[in-house]
Design a protein around this ligand. Structure first.
Ligand code: DQQ
Length: 521
């Protein structure tokens, strides 16, 4: 069995990373039989799993990856997502669906898209977007294999979806282009023309976003490359024996392109990370001005945004697992939707991100901590738990490192830390000792944060079962997964090393669950 999982994990990685869609037919009879025997996704079991987040969105069971087609329409926020309804592993991609009145509490709806046997999406309904045409909701997505672009419409408030008889609307990449992939469309309208971006790239050169135009949504003309690499560095994977275009940065997945402030922003997912590019868009050409990482960890991916009822640009991302494949399948669920982030842009074109303010409705008991000088570890005994929001404002002073410890056992055999390293000027989420389980990955996630002179360090840390999300000074985010094994790994503390720091304020809130049973509906 173990060997089988290793085999699946390798194939999953290849597929998720864009390795030939033909290999999607990975579930042979032997594998299917093994999986059927391992159905661990009963609601009762999931409802009592302490590692299942309480206030992050999750499918009712089984696998989730990319957010797809978020949209606000007729009083509801709709969220679709890549979903395998048959198990806690990547494969047989469907579009899961949920809706919400407040972007915080969710109602699960029937699967929106499933592969049609013999159809252009027979091997999976991959990522895409949602938009409205003259009052009709439309989904645009990639059918595999081969990768083609398809449409589906709804005439019943987005509950059920009908695929277009004329699918696919784009049946191959532009003639003459040797691309590394061709997926994850987004559609928007400019005057009388519909525009579509598709994620792609070129071997040995880097990723690219292809731009198409259409008058009627069914006949599409390739216009040109909206944007292509650089700016992201190619890495060692580009030269490895087993070439993987996503790992090499030669395939950009899930492009998202939108106006933000006075600029335009392009998001692409590649090399396990989400990158942003800000710049100037005119005449259907995009000129880069600056770029950076949306999240410093390798667990936040395939991010997708939408405009909410108040005109704010809100971003969702897929938080992957940080434990091995066997443990995921045993758990009966895998993948978490990030908390919604509100995006803005500063004068220098730097992306700014804050957690959605409405999440505050989930705040329960509040503890205000009034320690001031800090030069070592100080336990914060007032605060414990696995469902918390912690806000810390600190002057790092001359300390080399300052931060927060959480999910800490009394003997610190298990603990997770979030710190600012004043020497390297990075924020650092350390999950090296988060779990005593051999199934959990251990890692150190880092992201640059250069504090301006006199600027205080401002951390907001969300701890939710096995999900951790950190916002630092509204411009550096880190996402992690932790799998503590001990029931007493609930402690919190703050620390400074190598000097003296000053705590300006620390507020901790217990966060209430969005459902009674961890099934998020
Ligand atoms: N996941 C989808 C693809 C996309 C990738 C398949 C990104 O459409 O490129 O599940 O995680």
């Amino acid at each position: 069995m173990e060997e089988l999982f290793t085999m699946i994990a390798r194939r999953q990685f290849m597929i998720q990373s864009g390795w030939g869609a033909a290999s999607l037919l990975m579930c042979g009879d032997r594998l299917a039989a093994e999986l059927a025997r391992e159905n661990n996704s009963s609601p009762g079991r999931l409802a009592t799993d302490p590692l299942r987040p309480q206030f992050h969105f999750l499918p009712p069971a089984n696998w989730m990856n990319d957010p797809n087609g978020p949209i606000y329409w007729k009083g509801y926020y709709h969220l679709f997502y890549q979903h395998n309804p048959n198990g806690a592993y990547w494969g047989d991609m469907h579009w899961g669906h949920a809706r919400s009145k407040d972007i915080v509490h969710w109602e699960h709806l029937p699967v929106a898209l499933a592969p049609t046997p013999g159809g252009p999406d027979k091997d999976g309904c991959f990522s895409g977007s949602a938009f409205i045409n003259d009052g009709t909701p439309i989904l645009v997505y990639t059918g595999v294999s081969p990768e083609v672009q398809c449409l589906a419409t709804s005439d019943d408030q987005m509950i059920t979806w009908k695929k277009l008889g004329g699918n696919p609307v784009i049946s191959s990449p532009p003639e003459g282009l040797q691309v590394t992939g061709f997926r994850d469309p987004t559609i928007w309208r400019e005057l009388d023309l519909w525009l579509m971006t598709v994620g792609s790239g070129f071997k040995g050169q880097g990723g690219a976003v292809l731009l198409y135009g259409s008058k009627d949504l069914t006949h599409w003309d390739y216009l040109h490359t909206l944007f292509a690499a650089p700016p992201f560095e190619r890495n060692g994977a580009a030269h490895s024996d087993r070439y993987d275009p996503v790992a090499a940065g030669d395939m950009w997945e899930c492009p998202d392109f939108f106006p933000l402030g006075q600029k335009h922003m392009l998001l692409v997912s590649t090399q396990g990370r989400v990158y942003y590019v800000t710049g100037h868009y005119s005449d259907r050409r995009f000129q880069r001005e600056s770029s950076g990482l949306v999240d410093g960890s390798g667990l936040y991916y395939a991010a997708k945004s939408f405009v909410d009822s108040r005109g704010r640009r809100i971003l969702w991302g897929w938080i992957g697992e940080g434990r091995n494949d066997t443990a995921q399948r045993r758990a009966g669920w895998a993948g978490v939707m990030s908390l919604p982030r509100v995006l803005s842009i500063d004068a220098k074109g730097t992306l700014r991100m804050e957690p959605l303010p409405e999440l505050a409705i989930l705040r329960g008991s509040h503890h205000r901590i009034t320690t001031s000088e800090l030069s070592s570890f100080v336990p914060v005994t007032e605060v414990t738990g696995d469902s918390l929001e912690i806000r810390l404002e600190m002057d790092a002073g001359d300390a080399k490192e300052v931060g927060i410890s959480f999910r800490r056992s009394p003997d610190s055999a298990e603990e997770t830390t979030m710190a600012y390293d004043a020497v390297s000027r990075n924020v650092v989420l350390d999950t090296g000792r988060s779990s005593l389980s051999p199934d959990a990955n251990r890692g150190v996630h880092k992201g640059p944060l250069k504090l301006r002179s006199g600027e205080l360090l401002r951390f907001t840390v969300f701890v939710d079962g096995s999900a951790v999300e950190v916002f630092a000074n509204g411009r550096a985010c880190l996402t992690g997964r932790i799998y503590p094994t001990r029931e007493d790994s609930l402690g919190v503390g703050i620390f400074a090393k190598g000097g003296r720091a000053k705590v300006k304020s620390m507020d901790a809130f217990e966060i209430t669950a969005i459902s009674r049973n961890r099934l998020t509906t």
